[in-house]
Write a protein that binds this ligand. Sequence first.
Ligand SMILES: Cc1ncc(C[n+]2csc(CCOP(=O)(O)OP(=O)(O)O)c2C)c(N)n1
Length: 412
Amino acid sequence: MEAAREHIMSEDDEKSAFDLDFPGGKIGFTSEMNFVPGSSEKRVQCYRVLDEDGYQVSSSMTKHMSKELALKVYSGMVTLQIMDKFFYEAQRQGRLSFYLTSFGEEAINFASAAALSSDDIVLAQYREPGVLLWRGFTLQEFANQCFGNNAGHGKGRQMPIHYGSKKLNYITISSPLATQLPQAVGMAYSLKMDKKDSCVVAYFGDGSSSEGDFHAALNFAAVMDAPVVFICRNNGWAISTPVTDQFRSDGIVVKGQGYGIESIRVDGNDALAVYSAVRSARETAINKKRPILIEAMTYRVSHHSTSDDSTKYRSIDEIEYWKTIHSPITRFKKWVERKGWWSNKEESDLHINLRKQVRSAIDEAEKEEKPPLEDMFTDVYKELPSNLMEQETLLRETIQRHPQDFPKDMPL
Ligand SMILES: Cc1ncc(C[n+]2csc(CCOP(=O)(O)OP(=O)(O)O)c2C)c(N)n1
């Protein structure tokens, strides 16, 4: 029997150890049995430009933030905050069926939107209405969608907050989490094939990263070199599930690296950091034609939605701490005030004006007629297929049989 060939590798052997071209990739050998650790000892650091008190800790990229742009970002954040407050209350008064606020995540919304071009296509989750507001969707359009009235673009066929605008390159929100991510990659790939100077921007929460679609999207984007910017809002919670019950990795940022995608972690409560990172990511995506991942660290100050009471699973002190000490709006306000760009008078005028506008948008949307019943079946097929005709007939018969269960003024 042939003796087994034994060879103890010396240090010299180690140095000269040859590489081998496996079909799975070219690798070098080692005699040490090292398991790659599940996570590195040091967590990935978080990029910030402003500290908690709105003082600049870095001057990087702030040259791109002019007074005009800064004030547009600031008033955008305040607009969303006021819109959220009044729409939330309208739901509590029973005027809206559902609502969901973006409290605490205003900087991610507006600073990222400001760094994009209107040609970039946005596929959002649902906590990014600020991107649409930035692009020109009016308070009246938001209110019409939420009231599901005849003037709203969805004509009541979607739940409130499922906004969308073809004109503004903002794809209509889908309820099933993470479905927007593979779609974003496909769209980005088509922009690349058409040699367009724009990219796709896909927003999602930490909870969505637990969906298979997230992983499929990242891998697909990496191998297809698709110009897509993934922006994850890591706000710590997926309804009542904390991130500690979702993954063991160092957040989302390291997952980008796992798929071969350049990634960065930024302070999502720092508008200047978000703006700089998104601006730079967009340039890379478009000029180098490849994907980029941004993990924006933040906190969901609000309940998940009007169907949730978050004090059942987290303390009021925790919420207060993030709401006050880490408010992205207060931090940015301190910065613009120190620059001499904003005064108390302008602040109070803005609030008075916005409150009026939001109230009026809600009142107008409420007065508007509901869409006729037949609209429930239109706008998908050019000609209504027989199964939908049957459903419409069945619905009309049901209403006739049980009129007491339907609103008297329902347009039939
Ligand atoms: C596929 C799918 N699973 C579950 C849900 C129910 N759901 C709606 S929102 C949500 C939490 C998502 O959390 P995250 O992505 O972190 O976003 P956040 O709400 O914190 O902004 C869940 C589980 C859903 N809409 N779709």
